[in-house]
Design a protein around this ligand. Structure first.
Ligand code: ADP
Ligand code: NG1
Ligand code: MG
Length: 482
């Protein structure tokens, strides 16, 4: 019994798929009343919108909170996230004899309906503008079509609702991409393992323009209830990390949103790290230096430990901005090669790059992830875990420059109210913080931090999600119709 068990009833439409991928099917258990009621509402909304048609199945895809290890996944280093309760829910119906896909959202004033043909998906992203919501959905569909090479034989209706605070570092974007990918896999009856789905969707979300590392999609498809995960990349692997019982994690929103695809801030950090990798590889005489696009790849070839990498960075980089010219001189390449081979569409026009501080953050953060996971396994010391989190925040603020005054304020408020540690979570520049708090005083903590928002909450913010305790939840799942 429990939310993790496999259903015994399945609708004929998804029977074949169920037989191929039983691991992702879930049944609603008695303690899932809240989820059941959310599906019921989504079902009613679907039936009303689509003139009495019923969905064939439902999908639930959670958001995630990263406990530590920020901006290191795309550098090849480990991260430590867990899935959260807030999620994207989709009600899905396959449509025979048509390649049409209808995308709709319960919040249709904010997220307007869209439809197109599955065999003609175009994702055109304008630089410095937030993508439309359905473009994330199209990324998910495109990922499945590109990888499975299945010619779509039918279309679908994809009707969703969501409770993940958008553009706030809890991975609402990836939840949406993954919900779309999973739904289309069921409709087209293609089977992938959870690891394959994670890799397909990580690649697919890059069509939105940001070059993320794959943490979000990896935890979304592989999260287990009750445990955080240490994720390593190349190859993708998850190991359970049990959170000490005396501690709980609290998430608080800064109320500043940041859509990562609407500016080049995220990709600027990706390419700064890439340039730092290339320069270390070149300066330390690695053959084929141009292949070293991730800091972890350089470290692996040099066979140095992380402490030694921090020393190397301090020795070979100056702390100022590097101009494009200076980078080209060091690498002995032309500006056009720099742009074509190592920069992205939206970072080609950046004239200067900070390299030393970015690399110091990445190697330092990679060390903190190792220590954090080790403490969870051994001493389980909450003050030590908290210290890693505060240090992570300071490094993100000073070296990585991806914090925000509202996040710094929240971290300070958490500290003043007795949190063992707190840090921004997700990409930053706004969004949420995560704090580690003693389980026996969490109610008091939440009350005090909530009080610090007095008079500042815009009407657009859902106050239920402003500050909340979070427990490690289950990954993406498919459910039968009600
Ligand atoms: P996050 O940190 O939440 O992943 P991103 O900037 O990567 O932030 O993505 C946020 C975008 O995801 C939103 O601007 C919106 O387009 C889309 N999104 C998130 N939640 C929903 C939702 N419930 N319905 C439609 N689109 C959503
Ligand atoms: P958010 O903030 O959820 O969009 C992004 C990246 C992650 C990771 C973190 C920073 C995507 C899809 N997600 O997450 O891969 O790099 O920032 O640690 O690009
Ligand atoms: Mg995102």
């Amino acid at each position: 019994a429990g939310a993790d068990c496999i259903i015994t009833y399945y609708s004929p439409k998804i029977l074949k798929w169920f037989q191929k991928m039983p691991q992702i099917f879930k049944t609603l258990s008695a303690d899932d009343e809240e989820l059941k009621s959310s599906f019921k509402k989504l079902n009613d909304s679907f039936v009303e919108k689509y003139n009495g048609l019923q969905p064939d199945f439902f999908v639930r895809v959670p958001g995630r909170v990263n406990l530590i290890g920020e901006h290191v996944d795309y550098n090849g280093y480990c991260v430590c996230p867990m899935a959260i309760k807030q999620s994207i829910l989709a009600a899905v119906k396959s449509v025979d004899n048509s390649l049409n896909v209808s995308m709709s959202n319960v919040e249709n004033k904010k997220y307007a309906d869209y439809s197109c043909k599955l065999d003609k998906i175009v994702i055109e992203i304008e630089s410095n503008k937030p993508p439309a919501w359905y473009q994330y959905v199209l990324c998910g569909f495109k990922g499945i079509l590109e990888t499975s090479r299945v010619q779509p034989s039918k279309g679908l209706i994809f009707h969703i609702c969501g409770t993940i605070p958008p553009a706030s570092g809890l991975s609402s974007s990836s939840a949406l991409v993954c919900a779309a990918a999973l739904s289309l896999s069921v409709v087209l009856n293609v089977d992938f393992s959870n690891t394959e789905l994670a890799e397909i969707t990580a690649k697919a979300e890059r069509h939105i323009g940001t070059e993320g590392g794959g943490m979000d999609q990896a935890i979304i498809f592989n999260a287990k209830k009750g445990t955080a995960s240490k994720i390593s990349f190349d190859p993708l692997k998850l190991t359970e990390v049990s959170i000490p019982q005396k501690g709980v994690f609290v998430i608080a929103q800064s109320m500043v949103t940041k859509n990562k695809a609407a500016s080049n801030d995220f990709n600027a950090r990706v390419v700064e790290c890439r340039l730092a990798s290339l320069i270390i590889a070149k300066k330390l005489g690695l053959n084929q230096w141009h292949e070293y696009k991730k800091l972890a790849d350089v470290q692996n070839s040099l066979k140095y430990d992380l402490g030694k990498m921090l020393q190397v960075v301090s020795e070979i980089f100056h702390g100022n901005y590097y101009s494009k010219d200076e980078v080209c001189q060091i690498l002995d390449i032309s500006e056009s090669r720099l742009e074509d081979e190592f920069l992205t569409k939206n970072t080609k026009f950046i004239e200067e790059f900070k390299l030393k501080d970015r690399a110091l953050h990445v190697f330092g953060e990679a060390l903190r992830v190792e220590m954090f996971c080790k403490i969870c396994e051994t001493t389980k010391s909450l003050p030590e875990l908290g210290r890693m989190m505060f240090e992570s925040h300071t490094s993100l603020k000073n070296y990585y420059e991806c914090s925000h005054a509202a996040l710094d304020r929240l971290v300070a408020v958490c500290s003043m109210n007795g949190a063992f540690g707190a840090r921004l979570t997700g990409a930053g520049w706004g969004g949420c913080i995560v704090a580690l708090v003693a389980a026996d005083s969490v109610a008091e903590f939440v009350k005090s931090v909530k009080a610090s928002y007095a008079g500042q909450i815009p009407t657009t913010v859902d106050t239920a999600n402003l500050i909340f305790v979070t427990k490690p939840g289950i990954g993406a799942s498919v459910f039968n119709p009600l």
